[in-house]
Design a protein around this ligand. Structure first.
Ligand code: AMP
Length: 287
């Protein structure tokens, strides 16, 4: 069922609650692909009822980012959700989410601001305010739906760490479930932004997963020094790759490390054909 208003969603969820059913939410920005579907499948296995939100959230985009051209494919998204047995697709307008005519700024709106330490690193360095926008919309969705479970992808590793921190710090009564990255056979992590890439760009984009897999192999062979590990990446890059960051940090706290260990995660952000792509890998992980 496709719903556009908060009131309709609340009325439906209220009925489920009366029946004692459990509820899960999968927050998305639409343009659904197999990565999103893996979260939806996990939600269906875990909960009686599943809500998928489909909302390109304006307040998590910077002024020079791709909000206007972000792919919007609601009709196809609804079909996919129906075939997965999703109970509600919630696709609000920005006015519905933030109030009609509301100026979208933290001068006038209440924002949720995650701790400086978690945002002043990795994607947060170049995307000022991004995680404030993410946490604000996610907490609003949690308050609208009041779900038992929220499903998030490891693909956005910093995001899921920050959401878990928000839930803990603000005592939100929800269990966060983290789902593994879904990739194309080539190794490319699925992303709605892959639609911007040409066929050649997609080949160039494989460098992200190649670098990460190589780091994991090097780690398994005994290289632990983070600088030495990072050095192994540079030979993969050429003029088609505009590397934003490559970091190895603690997978739960994002703390920098000099020596990698079994709790380390390697994360990369790199532009290909002007498209900003991210990926990550646990250095110690079952394949
Ligand atoms: P988005 O629509 O990009 O905001 O993503 C919605 C959710 O889907 C987030 O929790 C993402 O981490 C997750 N997601 C996106 N791509 C993938 C992927 N390739 N594998 C697993 N989860 C993903």
């Amino acid at each position: 069922m496709l719903l556009h208003t908060i009131e309709e969603v609340r009325a439906e969820v209220k009925k489920w609650r009366k029946e004692g059913l459990t509820v899960g939410i999968v927050p998305t920005m639409g343009a659904l692909h197999a990565g999103h579907l893996s979260l939806i499948k996990k939600a269906k296995q875990t909960c009686d009822k599943v809500v998928v939100s489909d909302f390109v959230n304006p307040i998590q985009f910077g002024p020079s980012e791709d909000f206007d051209k972000y792919p919007r494919t609601l009709d196809e998204d609804v079909k996919l959700c129906n075939s997965e047995g999703v109970d509600i697709v919630f696709a609000p307008s920005a006015d519905e989410m933030y109030g009609e005519g509301q100026r979208l700024s933290n001068d006038t709106l209440t924002y949720v601001c995650p701790p400086f330490f978690y945002v002043n690193t990795l994607c947060g360095k170049s995307r000022t305010g991004h995680f404030d926008g993410v946490c604000t919309v996610v907490l609003k969705l949690f308050n609208i739906v009041q779900p038992d479970y929220g499903f998030f992808g490891q693909k956005d590793a910093q995001q899921v760490i920050i959401i878990k921190k928000m839930v803990k710090d603000l005592n939100v009564p929800i269990t966060i479930v983290q789902c593994p990255i879904v990739r194309e056979e080539s190794g490319l992590a699925l992303s709605s932004r892959n639609k911007y890439l040409s066929e050649e760009g997609k080949k160039d984009a494989l460098v992200l997963s190649k670098i990460l897999n190589n780091l994991k192999t090097c780690y398994s062979k005994g290289i632990k020094d983070v600088n030495a590990l990072k050095e192994t990446a540079y030979s993969f890059l050429n003029e088609k790759h505009d590397l934003e960051y490559l970091e190895i940090v603690d997978k739960d706290t994002l703390e920098d490390k000099k020596q990698a260990d079994d709790n380390s995660i390697a994360l990369i952000a790199c532009r290909v054909e002007g498209v900003r792509l991210i990926d990550n890998i646990y250095l110690k992980e079952e394949v």
